[in-house]
Design a protein around this ligand. Structure first.
Ligand code: C2O
Ligand code: CU
Length: 463
């Protein structure tokens, strides 16, 4: 049996071999672009569902359509993707959570032109942080993400500990009829509440998949909630686990997993200690709502390794600019319901309703209805965002290009690591620290896409 020490020195190749989803490793510092296309495809999602007209990302258009690949990058090493749009409508790629140049952020009109059908765009950047992130379009997102365009990014750190296996799960729903055709993307009544839920729940585009994992081993489970609506409350049945990273930022110490909220846009990295008996099933379960259900299962295979969860150490933290409380300026951010004018539906922004607002201004993130920045931030300066959720619904609030850190909240006792997406609970009032260290126009919006597209959008200008 391997000693505890070898556990931390094993081969990276072995760790990658056990991935549950497609895999693209980006090789070296040369940054030859990855050929990433968005394309329509026709395939069946659920075992009992007819074929659906989905949209997917692909690294090889001649290959059979598959779920979006896991994109692998290295912290501090250049990455490039040549994006080609084979959809029948404009699109872009946003790299959710990566603190990269504004020009690469993928927000049409705000940071780059639309990528029209048949056209392309070269994305080049160097990810500064290691962790689990994801990518998706920033145009007509209720439709494009709803039909499949959400993929996971793994940014590796050469210092990452090596586990017995690594499994990546892309968690999302689909609004499908039993025959596989798509339902309407949303219902206005639900958009004004907690959002319109899917009818088929999947992990890696499969309904409750069962994935092999090494018996007795330690498995790094990277979870990304990429659904347009669903907030999960996740727990494991049949195994103990610790949380080592949330939203791409290491927890100061591994935290024993009990139940974990994971909202649209958020990620969690768990280390799961698999049972030693071969054929044992561990379930990742969603406890939110009245009936718990299985998201995915891990089934033990192979001769039992003898690992110990107590050997798991904290991951190397990503470097954030130091926050200076004494000079910080406060920015109040009120998230409210509203009944303001509703702009007509448009291709990239409005869904034709206005239900939500930030600081009383409803905006759909649509350049057909241009809007100035919510606030202008000075490059390098520290800020405190005073977020107030004045609604009875939860809102995962996402900020592009920057990381913020929860300082206090009237709804929680323990504070998470820095993040790009904070789940504001109903009536929560929270203070977050922010260092405006990345220049440009950065979107701030709810990641329940119906909320975003019916008013809960804004942007900061850092300069
Ligand atoms: Cu995950 Cu504005 O995006
Ligand atoms: Cu919301």
């Amino acid at each position: 049996p391997l000693s505890r020490r070898t556990l931390l020195k094993g081969s990276a190749a072995a760790a990658c071999a056990a991935l549950g989803a497609g895999l693209a490793r980006h090789a070296g510092a040369s940054a030859a672009p990855v050929p990433l296309t968005a394309r329509p495809a026709r395939l069946s999602i659920g075992a009992a569902t007819g074929p659906s007209d989905v949209m997917t990302y692909s690294l090889d258009d001649t290959a059979e359509a598959a779920p979006p690949p896991v994109l692998r990058m290295r912290k501090g090493e250049p990455f490039a993707a040549r994006f080609t749009n084979h959809l029948a409508e404009p699109s872009t790629v946003h790299w959710h959570g990566l603190r990269i140049d504004n020009a690469m952020d993928g927000v049409p009109e705000l940071t780059q032109p639309y990528v029209y059908p048949g056209d392309g765009f070269d994305y080049r950047f160097t990810p500064p942080d290691a962790g689990t992130f994801w990518y998706h379009p920033h145009c007509n997102t209720l439709e494009q993400m709803g039909r499949g365009l959400t993929g996971v990014i793994v940014v590796e750190d050469p210092n990452d500990p090596v586990f017995d296996a690594e499994i990546v799960l892309n968690l999302r729903d689909w609004r499908l009829r039993p025959d596989g055709t798509f339902l309407e993307t949303f219902k206005p009544r639900d958009a004004a509440r907690s959002g319109t839920f899917g009818t088929l729940r999947t992990a890696n585009w499969r309904d409750a998949p069962v994935i092999d994992a090494p018996a007795g081993g330690l498995v790094r489970l990277r979870l990304a909630a990429t659904d347009v609506t669903r907030i999960y409350t996740l727990g494991l049945k049949g195994a103990a686990a610790v949380v080592v990273s949330l939203d791409g930022h290491a927890t100061p110490a591994p935290l024993p997993l009990d139940q974990l909220d994971l909202a649209p846009g958020q990620r969690a990295d768990l280390v799961v200690h698999m049972p030693e008996v071969e054929g044992t099933v561990v379930t990742l379960t969603n406890f939110r709502g009245s009936n718990p259900w299985t998201v995915a299962s891990l089934r033990t295979v192979g001769a039992a390794a003898r690992r110990d969860l107590r050997d798991v150490r904290a991951l190397t933290p990503n470097h954030l600019a130091p926050f200076d409380a004494s000079s910080a300026t406060r920015i109040p951010l009120d998230f409210t319901a509203t009944a303001e004018h509703a702009p007509a539906p448009s291709l990239c922004g409005s869904i034709g309703y206005t239900f939500w607002a930030i600081n009383k201004v409803p905006w759909q993130g649509d350049t057909a209805d241009p809007m100035g920045p919510l606030a202008e931030l000075k490059l390098g300066k520290s800020y405190i965002l005073e977020m107030a959720n004045r609604t009875p619904h939860a809102h995962p609030i996402h900020l592009h290009g920057l990381a913020f850190t929860l300082l206090s909240s009237n709804k929680r006792t323990s504070l998470p690591p820095p993040t790009d997406t904070i789940l504001l609970q109903p009536d929560e009032q929270a203070e977050l620290s922010l260092v405006a260290d990345n220049p440009g126009d950065w979107m701030l919006h709810c990641h329940i896409i119906e909320h975003q597209k019916s008013g809960m959008s804004a942007y900061f200008r850092v300069g």
